[in-house]
Design a protein around this ligand. Sequence first.
Ligand code: KIV
Ligand code: ZN
Length: 524
Amino acid sequence: MISTDSDRVLIFDTTLRDGEQSPGATMTHEEKLEIAQLLDEMGVDIIEAGFPIASEGDFAAVSEIAKQAQNATICGLARANFKDIDRCWEAVKHARSPRIHTFIGTSPLHRAIPNLNKEQMEERIHETVTHARNLCDNVQWSPMDATRTEWDYLKRVVEIAIKAGASTINIPDTVGYTAPVESADLIRRLIAEVPGTEDVIFATHCHNDLGMATANSLAAVAGGARQVECTINGLGERAGNTALEEIVMALKVRHDIMPWSTGVDTTKIMNISRRVATVSGFSVQYNKAIVGKNAFAHESGIHQDGMLKNAETFEIMRPSDVGLSETNIVMGKHSGRAALRSKLKNLGFDLADNQLNDVFVRFKALADRKKEVFDDDLIALMRDTEVEHSNERIQVRFLRVICGTEAPQSADLTLTIDGEDKQVTATGDGPVDATFNAVKKLFPHDAHLQLYQINAVTEGTDAQATVHVRLEQDGRIATGQASDTDTVVASAKAYVTALNRLLVRLGKTAPDADVKAVSYKDAG
Ligand code: KIV
Ligand code: ZN
């Protein structure tokens, strides 16, 4: 049992549950297993693997993660009813260390939704926590929207949950409303005033709507919380959750004034951050603390000069502390297989020989088009390789565009759809619009484009462009990203990736399209 005197803070990662709830961040089964394994290996204490009753897919992922985890406690989320809790237990029970996390909204606004009065809600909390506890020794309970719940009522419900057997009480700031002073005070007063808290761990779960999630979580720790709930890259609904990397690094770098530690191996941060960005389709903003592309970049002359003389002049942590290789050794068309393998290993990609062969061919093709291949180019190349190997239903096979000052711009596109090549020419307002129109002609769909964004991976006119696309249909959202030195090709691939993901979510089959099928065998 961790007491408030302990200097150990448990890290509870909810990337696969709260993070995945972000519109468009849905991950595949295999991606969830991979992220869970990385979390387990990096020393996260508790992994909230999903919401088992939400779907068959969630249930399967939580069960599989529970079976696979070697170190972490595996937790599933359940609403305050027996059906949810039973389903959650069925999924997590395979774990070496299982946990059921059940919650109910306790603020006046949330109480109104199930239309329960205070007494009925108290009864529900007592029954559901008792039920969960009969199934599992390790039960976490959360009063959702705790920070907008009346103080006396919050104390009352926390006491009921503790008496019913919850061993972790999580205090969510569901809408990111609290501020650091209040966050510390709330936990401190709950621990002091609610009977029975000495045997319970208090957790803090903050959302970032006002940009204070990390500050609020650390303040809660100062107030006595010994579990911080967070996500990689701060992924999560709206403005996201507390970022795991920020908590772990803040506690490490400012141990002098925040004398608490975690069990996380910080050198694994960059790798998992990149993986989560890739599989969720949510890229990390350049100036994001700890994991942003610019977090360790020094641009101005004064800074660069200072860095060369003594890195500590402008760096409070070393890039290697978070697993960033300090030298960005540039690769080029003369680089060999061994150099590529070692470079990729440094970037967190440990490849078998057959995988390396394939990646090497792609690397050479890129190096032919681009003088210098940087770390970010290789990361983009690895991400695209994975997408192409994932047996997507629709794949970009060929694209040629005509663009320039004279309209109409047009795109000649061939897609492989369910194994068959189909070709069409479409026009549009510019080459990207023409390309997207061509995709729509080949695979008619009603999705609408919510986001189209281009970023240069590195610098120079030969730089690769990474394109992000977000599509929406019937309230379902899917994102795709792809990189290429040709921006229009990257756009086509990103669009098709998003479309593939959307189709999985909508459970769609190929519609009939009035286009001709082409055979590359015939073309020679
Ligand atoms: O933000 C929140 O309140 C939650 C609960 C389910 C813990 O995510
Ligand atoms: Zn949340």
